[in-house]
Design a protein around this ligand. Structure first.
Ligand code: SF4
Length: 391
């Protein structure tokens, strides 16, 4: 991933998973005292002028329809602009307005999202469309508070939609904006503790006029000029005002706390085949990681490795489970996952979700499930010869 591409992620998630304990509010850094009214106006006008000359021609910027802005902002969370564009085009062709989305089956919505990851976003889009159609006459609320009351719309998305679609002076802060603020003011406090201070700095610069253009200009600046590595300061409209650039240390900001190592979790997955070739699948619980998505039955995922004997109580059937060679690795944001596949043939059974592999293409499958299917299928021919008995 290029630095520009990685910078184009909206890398602050909107709503933490349910059950996440609230973080203690960290102490706020002192605001730099040099944001005078004239300095603020100068920064705003330089940035808006730069945006008028340099903005990226993105399809959701044609007309700033609230539905289009909302869909694009949800897709852009955790995802690069280049990746989003074909998904956005397919989505708008199939669901051109909020009524079309609200009336679609969830399975079709998830299928269209397939490969984009973080499927809770697709489920929230669908749920939110229903709420807007049923309770708001098909119209988005125009202010941040009203938007935040909707499913899946958190602080970031509410501000972005309010500013871009409705021209409200909302402060939009994602990872790109945090980086630009940290550099512009050379904020010494490290992330994540500096987040409230960086938000305050961003708020202090948000104009009342043209807040939507300003928000997009700032995000574009972070995505294309003030990138995490090798920022293009020579092309930056804020170059002469930037404290980090003046110190010759742009890349040193934002400061960050030392990262904790990403833990690894482990599990065993069950590839269960009927005589007609159908394989047993199941749907994950609605809440939590990959909520509602289709998976192969699995043990829980934990730090300690599983032995076949400890995994057996989690198997869907008592069967002659054989361990397939190799391990499937997958990375989530907060942990890495190593999965071993156990395979078994069982008698005919109609309980549960059985599909033949040639029908998998009709299902909305997350990347992890696809990886496991590919792994299992690539070893099936060898199962009898090379698999390892689990006992
Ligand atoms: S001058 Fe460089 S470091 Fe400062 S805001 Fe512009 S691109 Fe970022």
């Amino acid at each position: 991933m290029t630095s520009a591409a990685s910078a184009s992620l909206h890398n602050s998630r909107d709503k933490p998973p349910r059950g996440t304990p609230p973080r203690a509010e960290p102490p706020r850094a002192e605001l730099p005292g040099n944001i005078t009214a004239s300095r603020r106006r100068a920064l705003q006008s330089r940035l808006l002028k730069w945006f008028a000359e340099s903005q990226r021609p993105l399809p959701w910027r044609e007309g700033y329809d609230p539905y289009a802005v909302w869909v694009s902002e949800m897709m852009l969370q955790q995802t690069q602009v280049d990746t989003v564009q074909p998904y956005y085009a397919r989505w708008m062709a199939r669901f051109p307005d909020i009524a079309a989305l609200a009336g679609a089956p969830l399975e079709e919505v998830l299928k269209l999202w397939e490969g984009l990851g973080y499927y809770a976003r697709a489920r929230n889009l669908h749920q939110c469309a229903k709420v807007i159609c049923e309770s708001h006459g098909g119209q988005f609320p125009e202010d941040e508070a009203g938007l935040r009351a909707l499913p899946g719309i958190g602080v970031y998305s509410a501000a972005a939609i309010a500013a871009i679609a409705f021209g409200k002076p909302a402060t939009v802060v994602d990872g790109n904006v945090e980086r630009v603020m940290a550099r512009l003011h050379a904020v010494e406090q490290p992330l994540p503790g500096a987040k409230p201070a960086l938000r305050d700095l961003a708020r202090a610069l948000t104009p009342k006029a043209r807040p939507g253009d300003y928000a997009q200009a700032l995000m574009d600046l972070g995505a294309t000029v003030c990138t995490p590595r090798n920022p293009a300061c020579a092309r930056c409209p804020w170059r002469t005002a930037c404290a980090a650039h003046a110190r010759g240390k742009a890349e040193a900001y934002p400061k960050r706390d030392a990262k904790a190592a990403r833990p690894t979790r482990r599990g065993m997955v069950f590839w269960t085949v009927r005589p007609d070739g159908a394989v047993l699948l199941r749907r994950r619980p609605e809440r939590g990681l990959l909520g509602g998505m289709i998976e192969l039955p699995t043990t829980p995922w934990r730090a300690r490795p599983w032995s076949p004997a400890s995994a057996r109580p989690h198997a869907p059937f008592v069967a002659d489970w054989r361990r397939l060679p190799g391990t499937v690795h997958h990375g989530f944001t907060h942990f890495a996952l190593d999965l071993v596949v156990l395979a078994a043939a069982v008698e005919h059974n109609d309980d549960g979700m059985w599909r033949r592999p040639d029908a998998f293409g009709d299902l909305a499958l997350p990347t992890l499930t696809k990886k496991l299917i590919r792994h299992a299928l690539s070893h099936l021919i060898q199962v009898k010869e090379q698999s390892v008995p689990v006992d």
